[in-house]
Write a protein that binds this ligand. Structure first.
Ligand code: SAM
Length: 286
């Protein structure tokens, strides 16, 4: 049986269909806010399930929009959801979801880029936190990098289940030697085990984006190699900024050949051949 949230008058969770919600609250998608909505509860439930058992978990969601994924998280048993949404037009619709699940949904109006997520996680009374989101494409990478390079480790989250454009998902999960390998692959590989769980075609979204999307699941490593995340980010950025050049050239401003020799890395190699462990060594040698 298909669980229809987009068409008929009733839905599996007892709330109005999302198409009605969008119409009633005038939530025409804004490109500037990266709005591509998911209206199918089967699909949003699949994302919620990819986040694992949520019954004892507080889920932090970025960009609930009209509430498709939020509703799936709650319907699939999340103990609590804290959702940060920048578009004030969505707040009324989200208040209705809140009313339907008393005490389980807190909506925080505001900009995710200005939100202290670790502090937010500290308000959950000790319950484990997972992040789940269909991220706005224009800030998705920036948020992921912040979550990967957080000062405290283990981090405030147990896992992240996030939608990205397929091409970005490939960069997050890339291995050394591949064209997609770069700063994102190094940072994600350093601190997490990351994998693509499934693809989502453009036509699943309203409005459809130009490209395929993918859901990525990231689980923090218990003991990542010790280094400074911000510095690792800067080094990889420099190294891959000129990815076809030898490292002695691309990291010249950071110490060039002498730095590479100190780190025990052949200065004639190129960035894409270095493992995560070698990038950590290079960072620690700076
Ligand atoms: N979760 C909904 C879904 O799956 O249908 C909407 C996802 S849509 C791709 C991205 C959402 O992020 C939109 O609701 C948009 O308003 C919100 N958003 C965009 N920029 C934001 C920001 N800086 N902070 C918080 N939310 C933001």
């Amino acid at each position: 049986m298909r669980l229809d949230l987009s068409g008929g008058r009733t839905t599996i969770d007892g709330l109005p269909p999302l198409r009605d919600v969008i119409e009633r609250h005038g939530l025409q998608a804004k490109k500037s806010l990266g709005q591509n909505f998911l209206l199918d509860l089967n699909l949003t439930s699949k994302i919620a399930r990819a986040a694992g058992d949520l019954s004892e978990t507080t889920v932090i969601e970025v960009g609930p929009g009209p509430g498709g994924l939020t509703r799936a998280l709650l319907f699939n048993g999340a103990k609590r959801v804290i959702a940060v949404e920048r578009d004030e037009r969505c707040l009324e619709a989200l208040a209705q979801v809140s009313g339907h699940y008393p005490g389980r949904l807190e909506v925080i109006p505001g900009d995710a880029l200005k939100t202290d997520f670790a502090a937010l996680a500290g308000t959950t009374g000790g319950s484990p936190v997972k992040i789940a989101a269909n991220l706005p494409y224009n800030i998705g990478t920036e948020l992921l990098i912040r979550w990967l390079t957080t000062a405290d480790w283990p981090p405030f989250y147990q896992s992240m289940t996030l939608m990205f454009q397929r091409e970005v998902a490939e960069r997050i999960t890339a291995s050394p030697g591949s064209d997609a390998y770069g700063r994102l692959g190094v940072l994600a590989g350093w601190r997490t085990e990351a994998k693509i769980v499934f693809d989502v075609p453009p036509q699943a979204f309203t409005p459809p984006p130009k490209v395929t999307s993918s859901v990525v699941h990231l689980v923090p490593r218990a003991s990542p190699l010790p280094t400074d995340g911000k510095r690792l980010g800067r080094i990889t950025e420099a190294a891959f900024g000129q990815r076809r050049k030898m490292l002695r050239q691309s990291v010249k401003s950071l110490g060039g050949e002498a730095l590479l020799t100190r780190a025990g890395i052949d200065p004639t190699r190129r960035a894409e051949t270095l493992s995560v462990e070698e990038f950590v060594r290079l960072t620690n040698a700076v």
